[in-house]
Design a protein around this ligand. Structure first.
Ligand SMILES: Cc1cc2nc3c(=O)[nH]c(=O)nc-3n(C[C@H](O)[C@H](O)[C@H](O)COP(=O)(O)OP(=O)(O)OC[C@H]3O[C@@H](n4cnc5c(N)ncnc54)[C@H](O)[C@@H]3O)c2cc1C
Length: 456
């Protein structure tokens, strides 16, 4: 990712020029700032913002935002597939604002700077006798980014990151620094807990943790039909249960995590689908299209089962770097999820789409964040992925109407085609969120064209 660091001196100079009504003169900012390039993880989103900020202090952030070209868009680790971050105005990366701020031993809460990557939280929280209750598939995302889109893992009783937010510090587009917690501006907590970066810049976030724990991970295979028929029971029986479904195979992959007090085991040597072998098979399956079905069958037949035990934060994340993809994900009312999944699998087989990535199916507990896809809804989460080397549009165009017909709400960080009117129908508190957004950002300084379509 191309980055252009603005020094404090350069920012102040630009700020002074802007305040005086003048455009920054040539040389006021680094030459490369004119054409900085930003891309998200999959390369599906890119931007050439006029300003790309990497503030190192709150004061610096505040001064720069007052004069920054709009739209102003915060960015975390760039792991969202949807157009939440791109802007022609100002891209603000608060990655330098990271680390532990404070913690409460009794209530098991910890306050961190919003740019802290999730992968730093495991060891950091362990030191203070705390741990995240759950995590998603990978851990490079920032805490602000994860709360921004209700990032989640799997677990019938476990909510998304939005469900963990107990307080936050927000720099509004108008330059006010607000504390939002049980004691101050408490009514806005359900809005900041899932906020898409449109209410302002989050600078600190407090999370509800639990005591540290170990997990036993068991990876294996199981028959497709029976496993889906028993999905509700299987996901009730284990703390975390999820399946990966290669659509042209009748065998699926299972991942089950249970809490344990056993000693940690050594790491297994082989893991699918993140390995180099999977990367090579993906290329083969796309290079010679009729091979994707047989390859999926072979992969699931030969998949080695494995077991390991370790600290929760070591067990949760997988490595997804080898074979990049684009993704669509919808959160279905739990009771309707399996029926929807069956219809989707039938449709993919019928369309005979060239595809090497599995569907991922998880469960997520309801939360109360106003625009969280899990708002007051225990959910079954269905993700479809397409390799970055292939056109994702045929698969996503096939999947989305089915996912919507069964009452699904899209993951904010993944691809979808929904607009403001669609969301207004999906979220009972949509208007409350919109009213607060207008109050905090009356001039729409944080709205890029795609966000305008989604929110206004
Ligand atoms: C390989 C991969 C695996 C993934 N696995 C999962 C998974 O298991 N579960 C899941 O739910 N999702 C998953 N995702 C999606 C990802 O977790 C979300 O899109 C998440 O929001 C990305 O976090 P980020 O730090 O990259 O934020 P970005 O994508 O950079 O930004 C996300 C949102 O947060 C806002 N934001 C960022 N910083 C701030 C700030 N300081 N203040 C206010 N707003 C801010 C942005 O404006 C944007 O709206 C995955 C994505 C990838 C690429």
């Amino acid at each position: 990712m191309a980055t252009t660091e603005f020094s404090r001196r350069q920012l102040l100079k630009a700020a002074a020029l802007a305040a005086a009504g003048a455009a920054p003169a040539a040389g006021a900012l680094p030459a490369a700032a004119a054409t900085p390039r930003w891309q998200n993880w999959s390369g599906s989103q890119s931007a050439n913002p006029r300003w790309q900020l990497h503030p190192e202090s709150l004061a610096e952030l505040r001064e720069a935002l007052a004069v920054a070209p709009t739209p102003i868009r915060p960015v975390g680790a760039g792991h969202s597939f949807s157009p939440l971050c791109p802007t022609a105005g100002t891209l603000v990366d608060i990655g330098a604002l990271r680390g532990l701020v404070s913690y409460n031993e009794e209530r098991l809460r910890a306050r961190v700077r919003a740019g802290t990557p999730i992968r730093d939280l495991g060891p950091m929280f362990n030191e203070i006798g705390q741990a995240l209750p759950n995590q998603g598939d990978v851990d490079p995302q920032t805490v602000a980014g994860a709360c921004g889109t209700s990032t989640h893992g799997t677990g019938r009783t476990l909510g998304s990151f939005s469900s963990l937010v107990t307080a936050a510090q927000l720099l509004t587009p108008q330059g006010d620094m607000l504390e939002i917690s049980e004691n101050e501006n408490a009514e806005w907590l359900p809005a900041v807990a899932c906020n898409l970066g449109v209410l302002g810049l989050l600078t600190e976030i407090e999370l509800q943790n639990r005591e540290p724990y170990r997990l036993e991970e068991v990876l294996g295979t199981a028959p497709l039909r029976e496993t889906l028929a028993n999905f509700a029971a299987l996901s009730r029986d284990a703390r975390h249960f999820e399946v990966f479904i290669f659509p042209y195979s009748d065998t699926l992959l299972t991942k089950t995590l249970r809490e344990t007090t056993e000693r940690p085991t050594p790491e297994p040597e082989f893991s699918v689908p993140d390995s180099e072998i999977f990367a090579a098979l993906t290329r083969l399956g796309h290079g010679v299209a009729p091979l994707d079905g047989p390859l999926q069958k072979a992969l699931t037949a030969l998949y080695p089962s494995s077991r390991r035990v370790g600290d929760s934060w070591r067990i949760f994340p997988s490595d997804r770097e080898q074979t990049r993809f684009n993704e669509m994900e919808y959160e279905l009312p739990f009771a309707r999820g399996i029926e929807c999944l069956a219809e989707l699998l039938t449709a993919i087989r019928k369309a005979d789409l060239n595809l090497m990535f599995p569907l991922e199916v998880r469960s997520v507990a309801a939360d109360t964040a106003w625009i969280s896809p899990f708002y007051r809804q225990d959910s079954l989460s269905i993700s479809v992925h397409q390799w970055v080397g292939a056109d994702h549009r045929p698969l996503f165009a096939l999947a989305e109407p089915i996912l919507r017909r069964h009452g699904g709400r899209p993951h904010w960080g993944k691809m979808h085609t929904l607009r403001a009117a669609d969301f207004a129908a999906l979220y009972p508190r949509w208007e409350d969120f919109s009213r607060l957004r207008r109050e905090l950002d009356p001039a729409g300084r944080m709205l890029s064209p795609p966000l305008r379509e989604m929110l206004v």
